[in-house]
Design a binder for this molecule. Structure first.
Ligand code: NAD
Length: 327
């Protein structure tokens, strides 16, 4: 589908993978990337597409109504990813999360309504659903509880609370003002270009340097993992085929404990498990997330294509080449 897309937060992990995905798969598309270049926005993430005539970078803040209005006039579809995203930072200082994730989303929604864009995709997270009871990932016999699109929102960290607030605002604009809104909620992503403060790149980086790997608490917190490229195809499927006012969950049915993920990384790198160091747990640490992606599979014709082992190998290889190659 040709189209003019506004990607917010396009210099971040998922945003930069999404911009690349659109340029590669939608030859007639144009992409405007609005990014404030916070500590999480890395221009290197899109250095090789910056001369593509179909791509435009705008250095600006999603809370700046003037800048937002200016870019909004030039696009048909908004893919809103810009956010403060690190739970640990939201525990130490939550004001930037409220500002960007709530006020920034409101600023974009208001402008999208005023300008009259075709669709607004609010890229959200499974963390808005809260925490599930622990279930052994290897136990395939017992029926598994997973988040569906009907699961009530019950965020437990300042980060997820601000994302849930943004989702509610998006629905309010749909219900009250008739703005065409779709909300996507994805599980934990892995892949290239993620900031090294997050679990997988942090562990790869430290393991390569033979430094200790800090694992929160018992390390048995369970996350559901998906290859970043699969979330990108999901976002575009929701943008193109999602129902207005709908929610779409993306997941790959790949639950792992954090400890298992860390051990897998060590195995890939040929490093000893003695590098693992258990440290004090994160305050309010959610015990388990798991996504039921059935609706997206049935209604969007979308499914995750890359399994966890393949995704982890690609991710480890990408970081290893960069870190060991001195890039
Ligand atoms: P990230 O932290 O890697 O990138 C965030 C980007 O947003 C950065 O480029 C940053 O500069 C930009 N940004 C921050 N504040 C801004 C502001 N005020 N104005 C403009 N730009 C600003 O984040 P990510 O991991 O790529 O996540 C992207 C989106 O996907 C977020 O909305 C997040 O909630 C959601 N999400 C992430 C995951 C995951 O596993 N990473 C899973 C589900 C959903």
């Amino acid at each position: 589908m040709p189209g003019r897309y506004l990607v917010t937060g396009g210099l971040g992990f998922i945003g930069s993978n999404l911009v690349r995905h659109i340029l590669a798969t939608h030859p007639e598309a144009r992409v405007v990337n609005l990014d404030a270049m916070t500590y999480a926005g890395n221009p290197e993430n899109l250095a090789d597409v910056e001369n593509d005539a179909r791509y435009e970078f705008v250095h600006g803040d999603v809370c700046d109504a003037e800048v937002v209005r200016d870019v909004m006039k030039r696009v048909d579809v908004v893919l809103h990813l810009a956010a403060e995203t690190h739970v640990d930072r939201s525990i130490v200082s939550d004001a930037p999360f409220v500002r960007t994730n709530v006020l920034g989303t409101q600023t974009l929604l208001s402008s999208a309504l005023h300008v009259g864009v075709d669709r607004f995709v609010q890229v959200s997270t499974d963390e808005v659903y809260g925490s599930l009871p622990w279930q052994d990932p290897d136990d395939q016999a017992t029926p598994r509880h997973r988040f569906t699109e009907d699961t009530p929102l019950a965020p437990r960290s300042p980060y997820s609370a601000t994302k849930a607030a943004a989702d509610h605002l998006a629905f309010a604009y749909h219900e009250t003002h008739g703005l065409d809104v779709v909300v996507t909620r994805c599980c934990n992503n892995l892949g290239p270009r993620q900031h090294p403060e997050k679990l997988i790149p942090l562990m790869i980086q430290r393991a390569l340097a033979d430094e200790s790997l800090p694992v929160y608490g018992d390390g048995l917190q369970i996350r559901d993992w998906i290859w970043v490229g699969d979330q990108c195809t999901g976002i575009m499927a929701a943008a193109e085929r999602g129902e207005a006012g709908g929610v779409y969950n993306f997941g790959a049915r790949a639950e792992r404990t954090n400890l298992t993920v860390v051990k897998d990384i060590l195995t890939h790198l040929g490093k000893p498990e003695s590098l693992i160091e258990h440290v004090a747990d994160r305050a309010g640490h959610d015990r388990r997330y798991a996504i039921d992606p059935s609706r997206s599979e049935t209604e969007l014709g979308w499914s995750a294509e890359v399994d966890f082992a393949d995704a982890l190998e690609r991710t480890v290889t990408w970081y290893r080449e960069r870190l060991e190659g001195g890039a």
